[in-house]
Design a protein around this ligand. Structure first.
Ligand SMILES: Nc1ncnc2c1ncn2[C@@H]1O[C@H](COP(=O)(O)OP(=O)(O)O)[C@@H](O)[C@H]1O
Ligand SMILES: [Mg+2]
Length: 251
């Protein structure tokens, strides 16, 4: 059973795109997948369901006595179950800040539902605040999407430091599955950034880079994963290969 958070405090590095397409690829490979949209911007929810509104979202799960089961929505387009997000989630950090066990709210809530799935993916917000901490506490592993053009060494340092603090302060060890290179363009700057990451961090970089590809944008507009919208596209093939690579060490 995998619970994986897709994290990076930077926006626009393809966290959501990676979450959606890994989830959909695993579904195509016959896995039972739940995607949790934990970003108040709700990009994953919008990409899957368009402007549809939901009675209950991940916000209610965290704040109210709502069970995750009550919020799950099926997406036939993606072949997955989804817990949608909404803008209300943006106030959650403050709402639960004074709660005892505030870092473990999501983890506790997922206990009941996780047995139903082969994998749960959590699409994190672009911050390392309490929502992301909740995602990390609920996860066994993380995947870090990095877009070479927006690379910041400080950004990776902060993520790794957060993981360390989690282990020492809260006794929870999160594994780093690896870095996914996203929106890759074969240019000198991208190659240099990748070399730098390899040299300076003991973190695996997945062999399959996700190329910058217009099909990704088009797929979002069609409310489909790129692996369904355009299976022959380079981005789709890369996401399928990455997803198999990611599953390899899964038991
Ligand atoms: N491989 C890609 N090729 C082209 N555009 C991409 C690719 N991956 C992501 N994008 C686009 O980049 C933008 C940011 O991606 P998104 O997944 O929302 O990032 P994040 O969740 O990290 O903020 C979106 O408009 C998305 O469609
Ligand atoms: Mg996002």
């Amino acid at each position: 059973m995998a619970i994986i958070s897709v994290i990076n405090q930077k926006g626009g590095v393809a966290k959501t795109t990676t979450s959606l397409n890994v989830a959909a690829s695993w579904a195509k490979q016959g896995k039972n997948v739940l995607l949790i949209d934990l970003d108040p911007q709700a990009s994953a929810t919008r990409s899957i369901f368009g402007d549809q509104d939901f009675d209950k979202t991940i916000y209610d799960v965290i704040i109210n006595r709502v069970t995750p089961e009550e919020t799950v929505v099926r997406s036939e387009n993606f072949g997955i179950d989804v817990i949608p997000s909404e803008i209300m989630l943006s106030g959650v950090d403050i709402q639960i800040a004074a709660h005892f066990g505030r870092e473990r709210v999501l983890k506790k809530k997922l206990e009941s539902i996780k047995k139903k799935y082969d994998a749960i993916l959590i699409d994190c917000p672009p911050s390392l605040g309490l929502l992301t901490i909740n995602a990390l506490m609920a996860s066994r592993d993380i995947v870090i999407p990095i877009c070479p053009e927006y690379f910041s060494a400080k950004g990776i340092d902060l993520i790794l430091e957060t993981l360390k603090n989690l282990q020492t302060g809260l006794g929870h060890r999160v594994g780093v599955r690896g870095i996914v290179i996203t929106r890759y363009k074969d240019r000198k700057i991208a190659r240099e950034v990748i070399e730098k990451i390899k040299a300076e961090y003991g973190v695996r970089i997945f062999d399959e880079y996700i190329p910058d590809n217009i099909a990704v944008e088009e797929a979002h507009h069609q409310h489909l994963p790129v692996v369904t919208y355009s299976p022959e596209s380079r981005a789709s093939q890369a996401y399928m290969t990455l997803s198999s690579e990611l599953w390899e060490n899964e038991k």
